[in-house]
Design a protein around this ligand. Structure first.
Ligand SMILES: [Zn+2]
Length: 163
């Protein structure tokens, strides 16, 4: 599982491109739910098995698409009925982006149980090791900076043309 900075950077680009395609110009609070969904699988499991190593087998189900979706479903009930479905979808798609990125990393412990509870087969493509992924953090941050500056300049130009 990649670090949370890499997870956030990867998912930030996904949600920002999605917002641009939807021509959504202002910050949406639903983006925050997407970010929460992104970190949710690790937040639910890592503290438990780091502090109490014997709990891994008990928490690993929460680091699966089915487990995360169930938690997203429960969390979505914190929201009013009118926005509950949308809250659930943003949380869930955030969590799913987490699992996609996890599957790209070479695993020391195979724990991408995408088909839980039907199978314990671990899914993964093992493209990059954990060390390599960490080395790429500055690149991700520069890409995000360039992306955001480009979007900002595009909006500023559009605004000045319309005046
Ligand atoms: Zn993870």
């Amino acid at each position: 599982m990649p670090d949370l900075i890499t997870h956030m950077a990867f998912s930030h680009l996904i949600i920002r491109v999605y917002e641009l395609l939807k021509k959504q110009m202002h910050f949406s609070p639903f983006r925050t739910l997407f970010y929460i969904g992104v970190i949710l699988p690790d937040i639910l499991t890592r503290p438990g098995y780091i502090l109490f190593s014997g709990t891994y087998d008990w928490t690993v189900a929460l680091h699966t698409p089915m487990g995360a979706m169930m938690v997203c479903c429960i969390l979505s009930f914190l929201f009013e009925k009118a926005i509950r479905k949308r809250a659930f979808l943003y949380l869930t798609f955030g969590a799913l982006s987490h699992f996609i990125l996890d599957a790209l990393q070479k695993q020391l412990i195979y724990n991408n149980y995408w088909f839980f509870p039907f199978s314990w087969k671990s899914v993964g493509w093992g493209i990059a090791g954990a060390g390599t992924i960490l080395e790429w953090i500055p690149v991700w941050l520069i890409v995000i900076l360039i992306f955001e500056i480009t979007v900002w300049m595009g909006r500023k130009r559009k605004k000045s043309l319309s005046e």
